[in-house]
Design a protein around this ligand. Structure first.
Ligand SMILES: [Ca+2]
Length: 107
């Protein structure tokens, strides 16, 4: 079940990255430098992060991020995924702080 660990790590890294670093992070995972992340590259990247993920779980991570369903993670998939993670995190943080989109909630 390393899927959850590696997927969670990817979510935190992408949501916290500034736009320029998002592309850098993409390039670090895309070891073949062909502009697409494959499952094998997720396995290799997870090992550098000290979180070994199996090929099967890496495929699940890939499918969760591959928004256009073409079988690999392109930079466009990566940016959409990061944006969704940021928005989800902001929504959760706002809810915990008792804020609404308009400002402070009922006091
Ligand atoms: Ca894709």
């Amino acid at each position: 079940m390393r899927y959850f660990v590696v997927f969670g790590l990817l979510r935190v890294l992408t949501r916290n990255a500034i736009p320029g670093n998002l592309q850098l992070l993409f390039m670090l995972v895309d070891r073949s430098d062909d502009g697409f992340i494959q499952a094998g590259e997720i396995v290799a990247w997870s090992q550098t992060e000290g979180e070994y993920v199996s090929a099967e779980d890496a495929q699940r991570v890939l499918e969760a991020v591959d928004g256009d369903r073409d079988g690999s993670i392109g930079l466009d998939d990566w940016l959409v995924f990061a944006t969704a993670c940021k928005e989800e995190w902001l929504h959760e943080t706002t809810a915990v702080a008792g804020l609404t989109d308009e400002g402070f909630g009922d006091q």
